[in-house]
Design a protein around this ligand. Sequence first.
Ligand code: CDP
Length: 212
Amino acid sequence: MKKIIVSIDGPAGSGKQRIAKYIAKKYKFYHLDSGVLYRRITLLVIKKRVDLKNLKKIKEVINNIEYLSPRNHRILRTEVVSKNASIISKILFVRKFVNNQQKLIVARKLKRYRGCVIDGRDIGSKVFTNAKYKLFIDVKAKIRANRRHKQLIELGEKSIYGKILKEIILRDKADINRKESPLIIPRNSIIIDNSSSFKNTTNQINKVLRKI
Ligand code: CDP
């Protein structure tokens, strides 16, 4: 049986994670959230009190990683990790390391699963360019900020909507304008509008994936 890869790219807070989880559950695929890998490295760097400008020290942190877990954890979703992850993910050697990890994880998981759904910023354009289905999730910044704001409040964190919006716009800019693997709409990808209800989104997705 042919193994299937579905890539999901899109800006911060566009709901890639929820969509990927939905696909994984419905089609019995393994879900890899590539952002978690960047967030894990970021958390390690923060814990070791390494200055984000100190590339040598960041490299040392990476060289000492024996196993980078793809598991999510609520500590990885805090604003301080989010903010610093978008800085750390600009570094070429960090990206190379994470891309390599993703390929290893997916190769391993495809032995057990019929497919993998991977979400991130450069999955369809750079990491899994041969993905059978490439989805790009589109949602306006204001709607994303509103959702993120609510999420943080639920997590018990302090949140100010205006500040969140500003940070989302800044993160978009950092992702779009960075030299290494900027956020782009991959060639041959299908744009999914995730601005309205989730039902509407899953309808669009199931239309695309109906042949799986
Ligand atoms: O929730 P959000 O989309 O902001 O974050 P995420 O997908 O967990 O990614 C965390 C950070 O890692 C983002 O700021 C991205 O810049 C970066 N990232 C990346 O550069 N490439 C990926 N494939 C995934 C995440």
